[in-house]
Design a protein around this ligand. Structure first.
Ligand code: GLC
Length: 576
């Protein structure tokens, strides 16, 4: 056994990780030990007022990523923050919102005030209570469904409100969507699973009767008629963020919330014909909600699945009904982390191994387990792969590896600790070395690279909205800035987040908060991008607030489960 060897270069970034562990050893890592634990009370961290938080206690302080200490024992991480304000009790996060009176207006970027104003304008009320935010306020384009509250779109809004000390709207949203979940859902004559959460909902006003009703879409109105697999996962993740941020565990403990969670979990933990622990899904069932070749086992869903399972483990009561789920979750996490870390992971060494794969192997001894044909390796991957770095590829299935890089999946892998600390470091190394490709002039590419020509025709079905380097096909989405920032903070690289935020600040407000940008460098406002897109606004605010007060990271980040921490051993077969 040897310890982890970390080579820290002058600028403080980690360049090589040498002594590592084998896949078999990861298998030994043990979510299963959870099963042996006696029933325990709900594991919810005690809420502390802002002033009680100290940087040294934050996840970053305790994290496995290198923190750099100066001679005076201050951490170099702190030096990357412009100003670290002492937080006083009850004070909001130091942001210039129309409602906050914190006296720090001069320190914040002028865009922040504009963003808060726009975010508040996007609020949607139901019978007098704020229950969500509208997807886009743009009135110049046809509405389609952008006048609805999307579950996934509301997540950055919710985080912004939580960070600003305004949890009520988040609570209202959680309870309202929970009620929608209990609706009977049908597409034509087919009834959807009980646990399905809506993709979006809308408040309908009847001016004659002066009443308000809700209308929800579970996929039956969505383009392509796909149910949103991600909604339920985001709902659980948000419930944990609310609990963590407010210290109010009573919401999660409510019988209806516990039931809602169990219903979502029964959908994705049910037994079937699966041979993999990953979740099989249809194309377009998450943020990329149109045909883009993300069916099968897309990383975006697997990472959210992993994170939601971990959050549920923290929130579920171990009563008669909950206990069974806790056990099933623990088993699934054990298998899922092994599968993802072993088969979805790609770095230079792994790429070279695949390049040299033999095919048509049979039986347990097969090295090329999924029978991936080396000729199917795309040309671009050989240039894209840096010497130091790696990422979770887009998809792994029978004779299929989708090598595309997806932003959300990789960031969520870092935040949920699906990625080991070494893998997280490698993901960040890759983002930094491929900055031009992935960030360019506007953070951040939803996926890389774009599908072109024949591939675009076959894979998207000639989708005119998803042409190369546009929209879901290699477009740049400002909302992803909050995920990048959170991942940067978790891995001790706030300067990288700052660089991305500064890029966004050169254009976002001026361009009217577009939904997405087009082009290889993200230089053009997207072809059909909505303006005043709420999650572009909220994503920016969350990124800013998190960078100013990194303790917010705890809301969306889970530390590596010590039970799953691989035993570090020197091995030549493992390269991250
Ligand atoms: C588009 C996006 C989807 C988003 C919706 C509302 O359909 O693909 O991810 O939720 O717009 O903004």
């Amino acid at each position: 056994m040897s310890t982890l060897s970390v080579d820290v270069t002058q600028n403080g970034s980690v360049k090589s990780m040498e002594s590592l562990c084998s896949a078999a050893e990861i298998e030994e890592s043990d979510f299963l030990r959870l099963l042996e634990r006696p029933p325990r009370p709900l594991n919810i961290e005690r809420h502390r007022s802002c002033d009680e938080r100290s940087l040294s206690e934050l996840s970053i302080g305790l994290s496995p990523y290198p923190t750099f200490r100066n001679a005076d024992n201050s951490s170099r991480f702190m030096d990357h923050l412009d100003v670290v304000f002492p937080l006083s009790p009850g004070r909001r996060s130091g942001f210039n919102t129309p409602r906050s009176q914190n006296g720090f207006e001069t320190q914040t970027h002028p865009m922040v005030a504009d963003a808060w104003e726009a975010l508040r304008r996007s609020l949607v009320y139901f019978r007098g209570l704020p229950v969500g935010t509208i997807a886009a306020l743009d009135s110049s384009e046809e509405n389609l469904n952008y006048d609805q509250v999307f579950v996934r779109d509301f997540v950055p809004s919710a985080l912004a409100f939580l960070m600003n000390g305004e949890p009520e709207i988040v609570k209202n949203f959680i309870l309202k969507t929970l009620r929608l979940q209990s609706w009977e859902k049908k597409i034509d004559r087919f009834q959807l699973g009980e646990g399905v959460m809506p993709a979006s909902f809308k408040v309908l006003h009847d001016p004659v009767r002066n009443t308000e009703t809700l209308m929800a879409d579970f996929g039956e109105s969505a383009i392509g008629r796909v149910a949103p697999v991600d909604s339920g996962f985001w709902w659980i993740i948000l419930l944990r963020a609310y609990t963590r941020s407010t210290g109010d565990s009573s919401l999660a403990e409510r019988p209806e919330c516990q039931k809602g969670m169990r219903l979502i979990l029964s959908l994705c933990l049910s037994e079937g014909f699966d041979t993999f622990p990953t979740l099989l899904c249809a194309d377009g069932c998450s943020m990329i909600d149109r045909r883009m070749g993300v069916y099968g086992y897309p990383i975006e869903i697997q990472a959210l699945f992993f994170m939601a399972l971990r959050c549920a483990l923290l929130l579920l009561k171990q009563d008669t009904e909950g206990k069974e789920f806790v056990e099933r979750i623990a088993k699934r996490l054990h298998a899922l982390s092994y599968h993802m870390r072993s088969y979805f992971w790609l770095d230079l060494k792994q790429l070279n191994d695949i390049y040299r794969y033999k095919t048509e192997e049979y039986s347990h001894t097969a090295v090329n387990k999924f029978n991936v044909i080396p000729d199917s390796l795309p040309e671009w991957i050989f240039d894209f792969m840096p010497t130091h770095g790696g990422y979770f590829i887009g998809n792994v299935g029978p004779s299929n590896m989708d090598f595309r890089w997806f932003c959300l999946g990789n960031c969520i892998a870092i935040l949920s600790s699906l990625a080991t600390p070494e893998q997280s470091t490698a993901i960040m190394d890759l983002i930094e070395s491929r900055w031009e490709e992935l960030v360019g002039e506007m953070p951040l590419k939803v996926c890389y690279p774009a599908l072109e020509s024949h591939e675009w025709r076959i894979i998207t079905g000639c989708d005119p909205k998803n042409t190369r380097w546009s929209y879901h096909n290699g477009g740049s989405w400002p909302v992803l800035l909050w995920l990048l920032t959170a991942a940067c903070i978790k891995t001790g690289r706030p300067q990288t987040a700052r660089r991305a935020i500064e890029l966004a600040e050169t254009r976002l407000l001026k361009d009217g908060w577009p939904e997405y940008y087009d082009g290889k460098l993200g230089r053009y406002i997207g072809k059909q991008a909505r303006k005043l897109q709420t999650w572009s606004i909220a994503g920016y605010l969350v990124a800013k607030m998190m960078l100013e007060d990194p303790s917010h990271l705890g809301m969306v980040s889970l530390e590596e489960d010590k039970q799953t921490k691989p035993v570090m051993k020197r091995s030549s077969s493992w390269t991250f």
